[in-house]
Write a protein that binds this ligand. Structure first.
Ligand code: ATP
Length: 336
């Protein structure tokens, strides 16, 4: 007997899209991989809501648990505990229903190398019940949309890495999925191909497509995603807009001043200012300060340096970034 889908629980309010229904919801989602040297908790009690039409990112370093999370949401990995609803179907109770409503682009090239590009797409349409002419029409439309019309008759193995990703995205969209999952879409592609992919993915979102993307690239997360879940060792560290994550994690501006001689007198003088910054590092003629008050600190550094007989050679201000937010959240540098 076919299992009855469990209805999705009520939607929790969120910072944006507060009134849109949930495209994805997880409750205590957990994955443990048994290992001889001790079980590995790859995802540890994830509670997430992604709204319809949202562009949502899972950001984390290699091994953080992003692919495992996507695997559970796309029915490829069985959760050890917790529940997930995707397109209003409970993943464990109705995996077939979920699969028919999602598109998935994995990290690996899963195109059929022996088929033409157009057939790769059209066969996917046929699999989902589209009549042959409609499947071919949609395949050609998608290839046109993604700038690949001239590749329709090429064999899949003749494509570059960036073209392969674009065709895989097109194939995942053949059946008009409610949610599109992209696992590290730009990993391993050259910068120009990455720009093209970003444009395509952003344009999909503009048409209202719900997109969930995993990435270990901070700039990709910031450029594309409306909201981010920052994951580390299977734990959810933060879930908000990139701007809010930077602000709430207390990520600070870094000011770097290069003098013409040893910067120690300037750093000492800065320390002696009441209420002045504490996070001051000196490296020869360079002083680096992390602060929430960059304008006043920079002014101090210029005045103090001049009073100490130092000439400023160069000064830079690095605003709060996801990089500095990750450092604040985890206490260690972000090394993808
Ligand atoms: N099938 C598996 N069996 C055992 N351990 C696994 C399996 N799949 C993943 N892991 C481990 O689970 C942890 C999370 O892996 P996962 O692939 O989800 O991370 P990720 O954030 O997607 O990283 P990447 O970007 O490198 O894919 C890692 O320590 C990984 O080695």
């Amino acid at each position: 007997m076919k299992p009855t889908p469990t209805p999705a629980p009520p939607l929790a309010p969120a910072a944006n899209k507060a009134h849109a229904p949930a495209a994805i919801r997880t409750e205590g989602l957990r994955k443990i991989y048994p290992r001889a040297q001790g079980d590995l908790v790859a995802v540890d009690g994830l509670d997430l809501t992604v709204h319809q039409g949202e562009f949502f990112g899972l950001l984390g370093t290699n091994g953080a648990g992003k692919s495992t999370t996507i695997g559970m949401l796309t029915t490829l990995v069985a959760p050890s505990a917790g529940k997930a609803w995707v397109a209003e179907r409970e993943v464990s109770a109705d995996p077939v229903g979920v699969r028919s409503r999602i598109g998935v682009v994995s990290q690996a090239n899963t195109l059929d190398r022996a088929l033409t590009v157009a057939d790769n797409l059209a066969f996917r349409g046929r699999y989902f019940g589209m009549p042959a002419p409609a499947a071919r029409r949609r395949a050609l439309e998608l290839l046109e949309q993604f700038g690949l019309a001239d590749k329709a008759g090429a064999k899949a193995h003749q494509l570059s890495g960036g073209q392969t990703r674009r065709v895989m995205i097109g194939r995942a969209l053949m059946h008009l999925p409610e949610v599109l999952f992209l696992d590290e879409p730009s990993a391993g592609v050259d910068p120009q191909a990455r720009d093209d992919l970003w444009q395509i993915i952003a344009s999909l979102h503009e048409t209202g497509q719900t997109v969930v993307l995993t990435t270990h690239y901070l700039d990709e997360a910031e450029a594309l995603c409306q909201r981010l879940a920052v994951i580390d060792h299977g734990h959810l560290l933060a879930c908000d807009t990139p701007e809010a994550i930077k602000a709430s994690s207390g990520a600070q501006t870094v000011i770097t001043v290069h003098y013409d001689a040893d910067a120690t007198p300037a750093a000492d003088a800065l320390h002696s200012i009441p209420g002045g910054p504490h996070d001051v590092a000196v490296d020869g003629p360079t002083v680096r300060v992390r602060t929430a008050h960059p304008d006043s600190v920079l002014g101090h550094l210029l005045r103090i340096g001049s009073a100490a007989g130092l000439t400023v050679r160069d000064a830079t201000t690095t605003p709060p970034s996801l990089q500095t937010a990750f450092l604040t959240l985890t206490g260690r540098d972000y090394t993808p």
